[in-house]
Design a protein around this ligand. Structure first.
Ligand SMILES: *[C@@H]1O[C@H](CO)[C@@H](O)[C@H](O)[C@H]1NC(C)=O
Ligand SMILES: *[C@@H]1O[C@H](CO)[C@@H](O)[C@H](O)[C@H]1NC(C)=O
Ligand SMILES: [Zn+2]
Length: 991
């Protein structure tokens, strides 16, 4: 007992002394100014090989456990991991020696931990940050996935994390380095975003094994990534480094409590004394590693997943390693080991004044072996991927309406609403095991639940705001299941109104399908004009999916228009006339057409057979069908299976679901439909709306049958007579488009080992093929995998249901049960355009934006009150077609964050790839702009303070600017150049 007590007192004494010793320099550090950032870097030895030990932990914001379980350390039987203890333990260990360093990455976790700390702990942590001992890297809410995320949500999640760090720690909390050690392939748009956020460098762990082999041989592990073909260098140039060992310590040097490598046993009297052995092994590993890199500095990542829950073994052994390895310098050793951080390592590379190879493509697809292509997750969990994208649309609307409705939006007639819940849920959903689809099922459910909570909070906010803007306090209903024809209000009501809020800065038209039980309706717009509408029977597949959740017999279909950044209101009244809506005819149509497009079908099979653009008189032969690849369960070549991450078909020839679907057709003045039933689990509606220039394909897939023992990866494939010659194009995070080529990589001589999976790439919004004359573009509403295997073909993976795990840690086969437990049913849309290549962007840019930020419909019972405002726009005029309003969000009580984006690439469009001038004071009709300050893309730095380290790319001599920039004509008038995003903090007052 006594002994124990003594020990406790001693421990207490040490703790007190440590924090007392810390208390003094706090003031000193403040007076001396920032000692963080590059100024806090440890001294190195110019004549030696400097080994930068970077202590770190990789804390997934959900994966095998939910984000809450990871934070607290719940359900440790699944995976031993508790982030709260990691931060507790590291903070205690850092205080013991000012030489020690630690980096922290995921603000989602740090923010929670911080909110639970006492003032004295916060002071200690603040001081550690100010001294550069604790450094934030990346600093977004999470470490985002790069394949399936959309740039607008990536920018938002980074902004959320970076803002917390700036608010809490000021300049010392600003990360200098982007750190994506785990994502499974790297998108060029991510690099562009990081560069524009002011990061000096970027490090990652995973790249194709062939690429890595080559880079090691040629010392090209570190490079300058030119991440935009439109922005003038070095705006989107980002120094990029491949870490030597993924993100793990070198073999034999893992001193986490979860590892079993031997500690440094330094009592020479011991049988197990191992200092000489460890030191010589470490020195030889260091020298071998140095041979792969260009300078006399190398980095070693000392940590891994959820490590440092007990930081003591790590630091105690690293202290000794540093001591004993450096002691060898007295004997002539040229190796110098030190505690460091990624930014300190980066600074040394910068000082080395080297030229670096230039990279301008991306790092997709990622393979870690000949049969191990991580291209399945581009499509995994297609419903979550769509829900995430739709949630972004609601979040942007919620943000805008919070600004436009003023303070009453947060607290108004419908209670308290907020955008924060959705901001955080969306930020968490960007994690590389969230929207990527590579988490366990219970974790996927948790992400969806968080988003649903975000929806509920936003819906209250939206209701409040719309009541302010419209003057109507009648409760609003948001029907979230319109895609399966479920909406109790419209199904039962004799008279209701529908508000269409358009978050885009240009007017839109949109087709709505409302579930109803009447057979004839009068629809009027905000000016009282009658709108053409039609009633169609609800299709069999829709009835099957919705089961008992709705009872509508019909869908009321009409076209709505909404003004920019505003709403219009439609009134819908049931008519007494007793007509029976026409049932679809059971026959294959020969063709359907409107003013712009003619679509032909093969009369024998009922499949699509051709597409004609009637404006340009271009025609292509075009067939489309659904197929499935049989998922590999491993074979003689490799035991690799298809799973949540990995796509590996067991044959290059997919099976057609059906060669001759059941067909029925429907034609009226609003829409023409061909309904194709391929099998009980695959159906499609081919739709041509009156007045639209694109063809809509609404596919429904699932439950994917697996009773035959075969996992299935379902694709739709377009086969055309376009001479695409192995080339196809896909977007990067929904923004710039990259050229892809079958069995080819721009930066190395590829040995293709998986003819299908090795040719898959991610798309977020669009893909196309083209020849000299025609371009066929497919615009999609969620992230998917895409490829072009045959000349003139384009295939998109829609759904996957698998029976095996793929040995990358998730430990579950990807077999989503869906709502009824028999397999997930997914419904989605593809929009198809046929245009000359020169004008393709003029249609696919606005189409894609329109699917990303789609109108929000809300319904009110009864007729609108005569006093209420039926139409509203917050803009003085629509923004020019090239300009996208990316962000309009309340920042604090006086300011709003505004991001304006030029949405065309340079040279992409004759009409729109031009600089555009906008006047910030003349944007809004309801907001008076009193002041504007430009910020970095991440909104954590004023633009004027933004300086980045300069690098020399190998062909950097006399970099030609792509265009000569003009200065803004005046502080209020700003110029946007192609692909530019500009971020402003506006001080505003409601007019
Ligand atoms: C960097 O290297 C270039 C030649 O490549 C040289 O002209 C320049 O002086 C060097 N700068 C520094 C700071 O060493
Ligand atoms: C960063 O935070 C500080 C307060 O810590 C604030 O004064 C400053 O304006 C913030 N910077 C930006 C760019 O928001
Ligand atoms: Zn991870």
């Amino acid at each position: 007992m006594a002994e124990c007590r003594l020990l406790c007192e001693l421990a207490l004494l040490i703790a007190v002394t440590a924090s007392a010793a810390r208390a003094l320099p706090l003031h000193a550090a403040q007076r001396a100014g920032d000692q963080c950032g590059y100024k806090s870097c440890p001294a190195t030895k110019p004549s030696m090989l400097n080994v930068h030990l970077v202590p770190h932990t990789h804390d997934d914001v959900g994966w095998l456990k939910t984000v809450d379980q990871y934070f607290y350390g719940g359900r440790n039987y699944i995976q031993h991991a508790g982030v709260q203890y990691i931060l507790d333990s590291v903070v205690a260990e850092l205080q013991k020696d000012p030489a020690r360093r630690f980096i922290y990455v995921e603000t989602a976790f740090f923010f929670r931990w911080w909110s639970q700390q006492s003032r004295s702990t916060r002071n200690i942590v603040t001081q550690l940050v100010q001294e550069g001992c604790l450094e934030f890297v990346n600093g977004g809410w999470c470490m985002s996935d790069e394949a399936s995320t959309h740039y607008s949500s990536v920018i938002d999640q980074m902004t959320l994390g970076l803002r917390f760090l700036n608010d809490t720690f000021g300049e010392c909390g600003r990360p200098r380095v982007a750190w994506h050690i785990d994502p499974f392939g790297h998108a060029r748009e991510h690099a562009s975003i990081f560069a524009q956020m002011g990061y000096d460098g970027f490090f990652f762990g995973r790249l194709d094994y062939q690429d890595k082999d080559r880079r090691m041989k040629t010392k090209e592990m570190e490079m300058v990534w030119r991440a935009s073909a439109s922005l003038n260098p070095p705006t989107a140039d980002l120094f990029t480094g491949v870490l030597p060992n993924g993100y793990n310590p070198p073999p034999g040097f893992c001193w986490d409590q979860s590892c079993s490598d031997d500690p440094v046993q330094d009592d020479p009297a011991l049988e197990d004394y191992n200092v000489d052995d460890l030191v010589s092994r470490f020195i030889s590993i260091s020298k071998a590693q140095a041979a792969l890199y260009k300078t006399n500095h190398i980095v070693m990542t000392m940590g891994s997943d959820f490590q440092y829950e007990n930081a003591n073994p790590w630091y105690k052994n690293m202290d000794k390693l540093i001591h004993y390895v450096n002691a060898q310098q007295a004997n002539g050793s040229q190796v110098n080991v030190l505690y460091s951080t990624p930014s300190c390592y980066l600074q040394e590379l910068n000082l080395a004044n080297q030229t670096w190879p230039l990279k301008s493509d991306d790092f997709f697809p990622y393979a870690d072996g000949p049969h191990d292509f991580w291209t399945g997750y581009f499509t995994s969990r297609p419903a979550l991927k769509r829900y995430e994208r739709l949630s972004n649309s609601l979040l942007q609307t919620c943000n805008q309406l919070e600004v436009l409705g003023g303070p009453k939006s947060r607290s108004g007639p419908f209670g308290k609403g907020d955008s924060d819940t959705m901001k955080r849920a969306m930020a968490v959903a960007q994690h590389h095991d969230a929207v990527s689809g590579t988490e366990k099922q219970h974790v996927a459910d948790d992400y969806a639940k968080r988003l649903a909570e975000g929806w509920a909070h936003c819906q209250v906010l939206v209701s409040n705001s719309l009541s302010v803007l419209s003057g109507s306090e009648v409760p609003r209903v948001f029907c979230e299941n319109l895609n399966i024809s479920v909406c109790p209000l419209t199904e039962g009501s004799k008279m209701f109104s529908m508000n269409v809020y358009n978050p885009l800065a240009r007017p839109v038209s949109w087709s709505v399908h409302l579930p109803v039980n009447g057979t004839s309706y009068n629809v009027t717009d905000s000016s009282g004009n009658v709108v053409d509408s039609q009633v169609l029977p609800v299709s069999k597949p829709t009835q099957y999916i919705r089961r008992g959740r709705g009872y509508a017999k019909y869908e009321l279909v009409f076209q709505v228009q909404a003004p920019p950044l505003g709403f219009s209101t439609y009134s819908i009244t049931l008519l007494k006339t007793d007509v029976t809506p026409a049932e679809p005819e059971r026959r294959a149509p020969v063709s359907m057409e409107n003013k712009y497009l003619k679509v032909t079908f093969d009369p024998n099979t009922g499949l699509l057979s051709g597409l004609t653009n009637l404006e340009t008189q271009q025609s292509v032969q075009l067939t489309q069908n659904f197929y499935w690849y049989n998922a590999s369960v491993g074979n003689a070549e490799s035991s690799q299976t298809s799973g949540a991450y990995i796509f590996r078909p067991n044959s290059s020839t997919p099976c057609a679901v059906s060669k001759k679907p059941d067909i029925s057709t429907l034609q009226n003045s609003v829409v023409q439909e061909v309904r194709q039933q391929f099998s009980p689990w695959v159906s499609q509606v081919v739709r041509l709306y009156e007045g639209s220039r694109e063809l809509e394909l609404e596919w429904t897939v699932g439950p994917v049958p697996v009773e035959d023992g075969f996992g299935k990866e379902v694709i739709t494939r377009f086969d055309s007579n376009i001479s695409s010659a192995g080339y196809f194009y896909s977007d990067s995070n929904g923004r710039e488009v990259l050229e892809r080529r079958k069995d080819y990589r721009p930066t190395w001589d590829l040995t293709q080992t998986e003819p299908i999976a090795g040719n898959y790439y991610p798309i977020n919004s669009r893909a196309f093929i083209k020849d000299g004359k025609a371009q066929l573009t497919v615009v999609t509403e969620r992230s998917q995998g895409v490829s072009s295997i045959y000349n003139g073909s384009l295939e998109i993976m829609l759904h996957r249901r698998l029976l095996r795990d793929d040995y990358r840690g998730v430990g579950e086969p990807l077999s989503e049960p869906g709502e009824f437990g028999n397999g997930l049913v997914v419904r989605g849309r593809l929009l198809l355009t046929l245009t000359p290549p020169e004008t393709a962007a003029d249609s696919h840019r606005p189409l894609a934006q329109g699917l990303v930020l789609q109108p929000l419909l809300s319904f009110q019972e009864g007729a609108p009150k005569p006093t209420s405002k039926l139409e509203f726009s917050a803009l003085q005029a629509a923004l020019p077609p090239a300009v996208h309003l990316l962000t309009l969000s309340q920042w604090d009580s006086e300011s709003v964050l505004l991001r304006l984006e030029h949405q065309y690439e340079s040279g992409e469009s004759k009409a729109f790839s031009q600089p555009v001038t906008l006047n910030l004071q003349k944007l809004f009709s309801t907001l008076e702009v009193l002041g504007a300050s430009e910020m970095s893309l991440g909104a954590n730095q004023w633009k004027e303070n933004m300086t980045r380290l300069q690098w020399n790319p190998s062909d950097g001599e006399g970099v030609e600017p792509l265009w000569v920039g003009l200065g803004d004509p005046s502080p209020w008038e700003i110029i946007l150049n192609p692909m530019e995003i500009r971020t402003f903090l506006l001080r505003v007052r409601q007019r």
